[in-house]
Design a protein around this ligand. Structure first.
Ligand code: NAD
Length: 480
């Protein structure tokens, strides 16, 4: 049995922990590793190493830092398949999804390769008489930390590490204790690419270690991705402790299907959005609002889609959906199915009866019809393969219903009308909007985050926002 070490100063460091958790392969239920939960000393060691490394790393020419990113990109491309297989092993999602995830992570590294262009400052001559000029420099913050969710073990840490370190910061990652193995592989590849000791450190742990990071005076900024209550807590606590913070939280994503939508293509996109990665995506389309007379046809097609879905182990080529992350989470999701029935929604397809492997934490896809706004399944993030279908007479009503949600991560519309699409785009309260797109995740050159309770902070992940988040501006006024 492998027990996880931390990576500090490019060394594997044995954890001094009292509490350990099992890491599972969710497709078999087998324990594949042990992760330390409460090794506070590791945070102190990592901050010390990161602080030490910061002085020379922040003075390393940005072109050299970018070249390390180019090498890291090549390594990720060469190891695309084995990193993806590791994601499937510890997270459960099917291999093609994991492969796509690693592809998205590579794009963030490609963004970071552009640092010499992106970090350029500003300069204005003759701002006053006497040859006075003003310039602006972008400087790194120092030691920054990332605390990440279980569902994208490759992509989420790599939303953070490449832009942070190429900007001259040093980094401490606390990956999810449920999927910590992929981050170890990423740590090794970063080292192989030439990232010097102390620049990226990986410290394992649970809530207690997150709290230690939030309290540590040697850490200047925190990036967080996880559930809504924790995002809000991280935002408040980090800000109270004087840190810059961005906290991406949970979601409830509404998809609106108009009567003129191309049904076959919409159902394909909706099926992938609702059931892909077993619904464990912050971009999962978990509520569909059928507008006008499209409802009957849509309910029938989505039911058929759910019925046909092949659920199985992620490396099996014919699997279309893998397991949930843990048995406790499976119980939580089936709890929502029972709650939906109790609240009066019509369960048109019951994932609890769907054929699945007997081992592991599998659950089939479910479809509810006649869901209404006050029901828990319409409001709360289920994070499982459960689709709720609502019915509204007009687009205006559909937008009003969607905007009642406390969340605002993503929203999509399916239509062939440019007018309807524009009307929706301009009125829907969501940070990322799709038009005939099931998963409207922006490419890495754009900022990624939601609105409302899906995001706490100002500067989003990726895009230019990431560079602004990980740098401070210094403005110099000069008279020669
Ligand atoms: P989680 O909130 O349980 O855990 C996230 C991280 O926070 C982990 O590293 C965990 O160790 C730590 N943590 C947990 N409880 C904590 C506490 N009380 N105090 C301090 N730290 C704590 O989230 P998860 O289950 O790993 O991830 C799934 C959630 O993440 C979903 O809600 C999903 O929507 C969200 N998510 C959001 C985005 C986005 O872009 N908005 C992306 C991916 C996932």
């Amino acid at each position: 049995m492998e027990t996880l070490t931390h990576i500090i100063d490019n060394q594997h460091v044995t954890a001094q922990a009292h509490e350990w958790d099992n890491v599972y392969n969710p497709a078999t239920g087998a324990v594949i590793s042990k992760v330390p939960l409460d090794d506070d000393t590791a945070v102190d060691l990592a901050v010390k190493a990161a602080r030490q490394a910061y002085f020379s790393w922040s003075e390393t020419p940005v072109l050299e830092r970018a070249r390390i990113m180019f090498r890291f990109r090549e390594l990720l491309v060469n190891h695309h398949e084995d990193v993806a297989a590791l994601v499937t092993k510890e997270q459960g999602k099917i291999f093609s999804d994991a492969y796509g995830e690693v592809g998205r992570a590579i794009e963030v590294v490609e963004l970071a390769c552009g640092a010499p262009s992106l970090l350029k400052g500003e300069w204005l001559s003759q701002v006053a008489h006497g040859g006075i000029e003003t310039s602006l420099q972008r400087v790194p913050l120092g030691v920054v930390a990332g605390i990440t969710a279980f569902n994208f073990p490759a992509m989420i840490p790599l939303w953070m590490i490449p832009p942070a370190i190429v900007s001259g910061n040093t980094f401490i990652l606390k990956p999810s204790e449920r999927t910590p193995l992929t981050s170890m592989r990423i740590g090794e590849l970063l080292q192989e690419a030439g990232v010097p000791p102390g620049v990226v450190n990986i410290v394992h742990g649970g809530r207690r270690i997150a709290d230690h990071i939030l309290a540590h005076p040697g850490i200047q900024a925190v990036s967080f991705v996880g559930s809504q209550p924790v995002a809000e807590y991280i935002y408040r606590t980090a800000a109270q402790n004087g840190k810059r913070v961005q906290a991406l939280g949970g979601a409830k994503n509404f998809h609106v299907v108009m009567p003129d939508a191309d049904i076959d293509r919409s159902v394909e996109a909706l099926g992938n959005s609702a059931f892909g990665s077993a619904g464990e995506r912050c971009l999962a389309g978990s509520v569909v609002i059928a507008v006008g007379d499209v409802a009957e046809q849509l309910v029938e097609a989505m039911t058929e889609k759910a019925k046909q879905l092949r659920v199985g182990e992620g490396m099996q080529p014919d699997s279309e959906m893998g397991p949930l992350i843990r048995s406790q989470h499976l119980n939580r999701v089936t709890g929502y199915i029972a709650r939906g029935e109790k609240e009066g929604a019509r369960l048109v397809y019951d994932g609890r009866q769907h054929p699945t492997p007997h081992e592991g934490f599998f659950l089939g896809p479910s479809v509810f019809d006649r869901v209404t706004s006050e029901m828990a399944i319409a409001q709360e993030e289920i994070f499982g393969p459960v689709l709720s279908i609502m019915r509204e007479p007009t687009l205006e009503e559909a937008i009003r219903t969607a905007n009642r949600s406390l969340y605002g991560n993503t929203a999509s519309i399916y239509t062939q009308s440019g007018g309807w699409a524009q009307y929706f785009r301009d009125r829907i309260e969501a940070g990322m909007v799709g038009i005939n797109i099931g998963i409207p995740a922006p490419v890495a050159w754009f900022p990624f985050a939601g609105w409302k309770k899906s995001f706490y902070g100002d500067l989003h992940a990726t895009g230019l926002d990431a560079f602004w988040f990980y740098t401070e501006r210094r403005v110099i006024t000069t008279r020669w």
